[in-house]
Design a protein around this ligand. Sequence first.
Ligand SMILES: C[S@@+](CC[C@H](N)C(=O)[O-])C[C@H]1O[C@@H](n2cnc3c(N)ncnc32)[C@H](O)[C@@H]1O
Length: 301
Amino acid sequence: MSTPALAIQLSDAEMRLLQALVYQECGMYFDARRTHFLQDRLQRRLRECRMDSFYNYYRLLISAEGKQELAQLLENLTVNETSFFRNKAQLDLFHKSILDDIIREKQAAGDHYLRIWSAGCSTGQEPYTVAMLVADALAYHQLRMPNPGATMWPKPLIPPPWKVEIPASDINYTVLRAGQEAIYNEHQMASVDYSYRLRYFDKVGERYAIKKTIKEIVHFDFHNLKTEFVPQRNDIIFCRNVMMYFDEAEQKRLVEKFHRCLRPGGYLLVGHAESLLGLTNKFTMVYRDSGTAYRSNEVPQ
Ligand SMILES: C[S@@+](CC[C@H](N)C(=O)[O-])C[C@H]1O[C@@H](n2cnc3c(N)ncnc32)[C@H](O)[C@@H]1O
């Protein structure tokens, strides 16, 4: 029987250094309730790197040669839990009210471009859920207001002249690759009903692959929400279950950035356990049947 490797001592000072570095790099804040998790992941990385002190590990992380290990550490610290159709009440609000309004407003303005950013997309279930709901909403809109020019067969997923883009970003390369691959097992499919499975997935052995037409409108890319650069001119931003890992100062900065990169009157959707209360007065809460969203209520400069 092999004896488990002894844990290397992590002093309070080393812990503070590493905590501050993680916060500075990606905004994740480990309060007293989560330091145990941070300690556990740091021990694992130290063992993987075959190092014998946390101070030396810290020095590696801040060095030019340590860039890859820093990315690896951040990946180990992210919580990637997600699912298709997560937070049904909020998605009903999005589908039946927000999307419907935006599509009608855009149609009236002759603007047929829709851009919805999934920030902190994990393995892709969120942006693909959004893509399926948008495809349904546009098909329904087309039924009510048929476009005489659009008689293409087979019917395209996104009826012309509409163009839809769903950028999906994360700080974790492993989840981004899984999102790009877009193949899900039965367990991950538990929340996808048969009508969606039939229309938007192909069965591949025991698993389900997202159809090419849906895949084509979702674009995965690395993006760190801590950075000042944010993709511009979004109609809607989904940033759900991400801010909860940041402290209040970082949440405020993030919400400001979201406000700047949303079109006037655009929407921000945050997680069930998250809220903009006390963070900003630039959004107004929209509420329907237990689903909530925030509407940007100022014209961005
Ligand atoms: C709990 S998952 C949420 C996934 C999805 N939004 C949902 O609600 O189902 C949080 C995701 O945020 C990502 N994340 C954490 N910090 C981030 C940062 N600074 N920039 C971008 N993504 C980040 C994590 O890698 C993780 O995949």
